[in-house]
Each structure stands twice: as C-alpha cells, then as structure tokens.
Write a protein that binds this ligand. Structure first.
Ligand code: ADP
Ligand code: MG
Length: 679
C-alpha cells in the first residue's frame, strides 16, 4: 500500500479537529489532499472594461482615490463605497454588509478586488479583497473551503504534503497513451494544478487530468456495459414473428421509419442471447408508447411476462389505457399496480403475476418492491427514465431472472451527457415525428400583455379547444409553488367562469384528487387547467391546443420543451405562450431560442451549454458523474477522444495481459475497489 493512502492525520499539523474539517471537504487520505484541486484561479490579467460582460465576475486592480464611505440602512445592513482608478477609468466599488473592510482600504494604495461587474452602472460590486499587490501573483488558485479552514491554511497544508509526499505519486496512464497525446506526467500535472509556473503549464495540466478522468471513466463504463449485456445474464427470447407482424398490421397507423428502425433494434436484442440494456430516446410525441407495446407483445407472444414502469400515477393510468386499446383484439392480460390500488385488487394482481396468468404489469415504483414476483419476466420497460437513478435502474434489472431492460426517455439527451450518464447502455433514437403534425407555434410575451392573450384564449375556447396554464417553479419550496398556482387559478376562475370551467392541479394533492381533475380535463368537462409542473410527464390530451407558461424564464430549456410537448398532440394548430420578463441576457436568450425551434435535440444541446451538466435534468438524482477536473461541456473534444481510445483498447484482444498496459490495469483495479461511479 502506498503511503499516499494514509490518513491526513499522519501529517504534521493535522490533529483530530483539522482532520475532521478536511474530511468535511472530502479529504481523507494524503492522496486526496494532494489532488484537492482549486475550483478556479484568480486571473488578474487586466481586462478591458468594455470586454467585461454584465454580471461577469472579475478581478480589477487599481488605486483607491479616497477613503471609503460607509453608510448604514435597515437592520444590520450597510454599504461601503469608494472610487478606484484602474488603468482605464475611474469606477465605483461597493461592498454590502462588510463595513469592517474599511480599515483595509486606504487612500492612494493599490488594491485588487474580486467582484461582479455591473455593466450598466459601470461599477463593481465587491465580493472580496485579494491579497495586497506584492503578495498577489497574477494567477492564484482558489479552493473550496469552509468556515473551519482558511484558504491560506489549506494551501500551506497542501504545499507541505507535496514537499513530503509528492514523489510518491504514481503514474496511472500507460506510457504509450501519454506519448500519443503528449500528456503531462501525472505528478507534474497534479502539482501544476496547485502551483503552476504559468497559465500555459496549468492549461496543459488540466488537459492531462481531464483526459485521465474521462479515459478511466470510459474504460469503466465499457466494462460495465460488457457485464450488463453479457450472455451470462441474458436470454434469447424467440418471439413469434408472425403474431408480431399481425399485431403491427392492426395498428391504426403506419409506423414511421424511425419507429420501424428502433423496433428492429429492440427485436434483435430480444432474439439475441446477449442481455438487452438499451436506452430509447425520442422527443415528446414521437410515438414511444407504440414501440413499447410492440416489444411487450413480442415477449408475451412466447409466454414471457413484461412490465412497464413510470414515475407518476397519472402516467401509469394513461399507459394502461393506451395498452388496453392497442391490445383490445388480442388475448393479452394487462393490469395496473400503483400505491392507490386497493388491497384486494392488489392481492389478486400479485397472485396472477406469480401464477403467470398476468402478461403485462403497468405501474409506478411499486413495481420494484420486494413482494412483486413475476413468474417469468422477459422484459422490463421504464418510461421517462431519467427520473430513476443508477441504483434504481440496477434494482429493476435484478427483478426476476435478469429480464431484458429498455429505458425510454423523452428528454433528448445531448451526446456528451448520453455517453457519460448512460455510457453503459446501447442507444436507440426516434428522430422523426409522425407525419401530419403541425408544429407548435411559440410566442414570448411580457406579463403586461397577458390580458390580450386571455382574450385570444377565450376565442379559442369558444371553438371547443382547451388550455393548460403552467405556473412557475419555485425551487426552494413546493408550498410556494402551490400558493402561486392557487392565486393564478383564482384569477383565471374570475376571468373564465362560468362560461368555461377552470381546474387546479398541484403536487400537494392526493393522487386520487389529481386523477379526478385530470379526468375532467381529459373529458373536456374542464376547459382550462392550471397546473404546477406535475403535468410535465407524458400527459396526453389531444384536444388541448394552448399552453401558457407563467414566469417561463424560471425553467430550463429542456423542461420548457417537455412542458410544451403537452400540446400539439392532435390535428389542430397549437400554441405555446411564454410569459416572462427575464432580467439576464441568458434568460432572454432562452426565451428567444424557444420561439425559434421545436427540435428537442437542438434545445438540449443549448441547455447543456447554458446551464451545465449539473442542472440539466433539473434534479440531483440524475446519474451524471461528477468529474474533478474535466468539464463535459467545455472539454467535450477531450471526452470524445478519451472515449474512442477506450473503445479501441477494449477491442484489442487480451489488452489486459499486455505489459504495456500493466500500469493501467492496476489503476483500474484500484478504482474498482472504490467503485465511485455506481452511487
Ligand atoms: P411519446 O413518444 O411522447 O410517448 P406517444 O407514444 O404518446 O408519444 O405518441 C403520441 C401520439 O402519436 C399518440 O397519440 C400516438 O397514438 C400517435 N402516434 C404514434 N405513432 C404514430 C404514427 N406512426 N403515426 C401516427 N400517429 C402516431
Ligand atoms: Mg410517452
């Protein structure tokens, strides 16, 4: 065992207390400390004021013109203001609620301030004073720290650890790979992350470490994929081709070419001895349900059972209904199991499932509970699968005797995310909508224009159409969402009733309540449905041709696209009205893009670009790995190169035995023990 795996508490100056603090930063071993990289660098390269974006965070240097003035207002609130002369201009600098900084800012002295640039006022809102000029290097690393430890203390610890133990750090990539891509050796790169000679060296260090992370990750993903799809866990389901063709003939429409293609891909997986582990991507309305039904029917045709799992009850019921319709002329036994299924019914379903009488079970998460036992399950499908984490995906596969698994999602996933978050799967894409769809027309309006929209809406309602009104998403609190939605609901009731009925749907309602509201809307007993984002997933009411989204700039592009997909499901022209007065340029840009394209893939790429991978799925449980150095968006080319290298290597026969790969095999084994990608 390498000394680097020793606890940091073996270092001088790290007592129990400090060790605890370090642990709270995720630092346990000496290796962790050596590789606790800065999250950014203060780059004091002077920027031309005109080149700084509004709200951009920058460091500005200059001379303090006169003592700062502090003024107090409200409870414990203060404002510290002074004028600073930079090389280009005199600007105002303001610090809020840090009056004590006054003693650090002296007239005619040089200072460097880190803060946010206000482009309109040509002023800086200070966040931090950086060390004085002579200590300040042009390029200094900034670490994530907490209240218990200061930047400087941490840097000193890191520096000491490097001096004592740096030499022990081992290379973990093979020599041939380093040479091929001119990558810096590991030790040099790790050191240059903390203490770079200059920006260029730091850039090369980042490049090397990002490559390493992506490459090792991809190696692991391919290994996982090989396990997931191996013959040992798979089975050949030799479905009845004849019956399947007949079934497809009975469908009320011809499959699109894309649907035909993915049906073939899925059927090939079923037939093959390898285990199916496939992701099916298709934009809202592209017709994934039919594909699922065909696949389920295939396994049922030879006596296997199938399951369809979805995240919400509304969606489960809807799928149940669709399947009943599609299987109507056939002898297929389908049941629905959710948390609101009555006890007696539930017992009956579970018994039939075990005896094999039941062919297909549709339901929510209840399907992965212990007591749900299939007799002979051949295929499990999940819809809107990005809501399930990696572990839930695993549980699902382990249900019964390793059924084939198909994950469906309507969130078009940008390529870089797909190969990281879902790298262990095969991917099928439905990239074509059924013919005859009229594209949804999207308009962006300001809140003050709402009245004219409501008037227009009234006219459409009179023609027999229906509308959704989606209320803003307030991240901090579901209660606030509800309050907001309730207000809008009451307002619209006053406007539309008694001519048209208005309903309200939100996440705090009991599921029975939700269902009955949804049904009223479906049956057109209710014409306007005010809803929070619970409506997002999969809901299908073809007669609803209008959607108005309030405070639309609070949503990400991917989510707006999902929401918008609730309309445009019938043969009537549909409209989506975005109500927003975004403050940031980015918010405006998002609204504009929404009005310009309905292509989910274009939107998802943009979304990823603008918001970064962390926020992409709008939830923590996304299965997206976190990289220390690599940035999936900015470093996409490195990711791609690393992926191709990993694939090429796995394709080499017995690569694991080659001496030239020994270093790599060892580092992968180490990582396996840590198993850091699975949670
Ligand atoms: P999604 O991919 O969003 O789950 P659905 O499966 O709900 O889409 O299909 C959306 C609508 O399109 C449904 O009403 C469905 O009957 C219809 N549909 C599916 N495939 C076709 C097709 N090939 N031609 C015409 N309509 C289709
Ligand atoms: Mg669907």
């Amino acid at each position: 065992m390498s000394l680097l795996e020793n606890s940091v508490s073996t270092l001088k100056g790290v007592g129990p207390k400090r060790a605890e603090t370090l642990q709270s930063l995720g630092i346990q071993t000496i290796y962790d400390l050596l590789t606790y990289y800065p999250f950014r660098y203060d780059d004091i390269q002077e920027k031309m004021l005109d080149d700084i974006q509004d709200q951009e965070k920058v460091v500005l240097k200059g001379t303090v013109l006169a003592e700062p003035v502090v003024s107090y207002y409200g409870f414990k609130k203060s404002r510290l203001v002074f004028r600073m002369m930079t090389e280009q201009a005199v600007i105002n600098v303001t610090f809020f609620n840090q009056p004590f900084l006054k003693s650090k800012i002296n007239a005619s002295e040089e200072v460097a301030i880190y803060g946010k640039w206000d482009g309109r006022r040509k002023a800086l809102t200070g966040m931090k004073i950086l060390a004085t000029q002579d200590e300040q290097e042009d390029f200094s690393p900034i670490y994530h720290v907490n209240k218990q430890i200061k930047q400087k203390t941490l840097v000193d610890l890191i520096r000491n650890a490097w001096e004592l133990h740096g030499v022990e750090m081992e290379e973990n990539l093979p020599e041939w790979l380093l040479e091929k891509y001119r990558l810096m050796p590991k030790v040099k790169a790790a050191y240059a992350m903390h203490f770079p000679e200059d920006i260029e060296e730091n850039r090369l260090a980042r490049r090397r470490l990002a490559f390493e992370e992506f490459f090792l990750f991809q190696m692991k993903m391919i290994q996982l994929k090989k396990q997931e799809t191996s013959k040992e866990v798979g089975k050949a389901i030799l479905y009845d081709v004849h019956k399947l063709k007949e079934f497809i003939q009975t469908l009320p429409f011809e499959l699109t070419n894309a649907q035909k293609r993915v049906v073939n891909e899925i059927c090939a997986d079923l037939r093959s001895e390898d285990h199916m582990h496939r992701l099916l991507q298709g934009d809202v309305g592209s017709g994934k349900t039919i594909v699922a039904a065909i696949a389920l029917y295939a396994v049922v045709s030879v006596g296997y059972q199938g399951a369809l799992m979805v995240p919400t009850e509304i969606l489960a019921e809807q799928h149940m209904e669709s399947l009943l319709g599609l299987f109507d002329p056939l002898e297929v036994n389908v049941a629905l199991l959710t948390s609101s299924t009555k006890q007696a019914e539930r017992r009956r379903i579970l018994a039939e499932l075990e005896s094999g009488e039941l062919d297909i079970l549709v339901g929510t998460h209840s399907l992965i509970q212990e007591e749900v036992q299939f007799k002979k399950v051949g295929l499990v499908i999940t819809d809107e699968q990005h809501r399930f984490g990696v572990n839930q995906r695993k549980l699902l596969r382990e249900k019964g005797d390793n059924p084939d698994v198909l994950f469906m999602t309507a969130t078009p996933i940008p390529r870089t995310l797909a190969i990281t978050a879902y790298g262990e799967m095969d991917v099928s894409v439905i990239d074509e909508l059924p013919a005859g769809r009229i594209p949804i027309e999207t308009r962006w309006i300001l809140p003050k224009q709402i009245d004219s929209v409501l008037t227009w809406m009234t006219k459409q309602l009179q023609k027999g159409q229906q509308a959704y009104v989606i209320c803003p998403l307030i991240e901090e609190s579901e209660m606030l969402d509800v309050k907001n939605a309730t207000e809008i609901y009451e307002h619209l009731q006053q406007f539309f009733e008694p001519n048209f009925k208005v309903g309200l749907l939100h996440g705090k309602m009991k599921s029975q309540e939700k269902d009955s509201i949804m049904n009223e809307f479906k049956e057109n007993n209710m014409q306007v449905l005010v809803s929070t984002t619970v409506i997002e997933v999969g809901v299908n009411v073809p007669n609803a041709s209008m959607m108005m989204i309030m405070d639309a700039d609070r949503f990400g592009l991917a989510q707006l696209h999902q929401l918008r997909g609730r309309v445009g499901r019938g043969s009537i022209a549909s409209y989506c009205i975005l109500v927003a007065s975004p403050k940031s340029d980015q918010g405006k840009e998002r609204m504009k893009i929404m009005t310009e394209t309905t292509d989910g893939f274009v939107l998802s790429e943009k979304d990823l670009e603008m918001r970064g991978p962390g926020d992409f799925f709008g939830s923590k449980q996304s299965g997206i790995p976190e990289f220390k150095v690599g940035d999936m968006v900015a470093d996409a080319p490195i990711l791609e190169t690393a992926r191709l290298e990993a694939i090429a290597l796995w394709n080499e026969k017995n690569w694991e035995e080659e001496p030239k790969n020994a270093v790599l095999v060892r580092s992968l084994e180490k990582r396996n023990k840590q198993s850091e990608f699975l949670d």
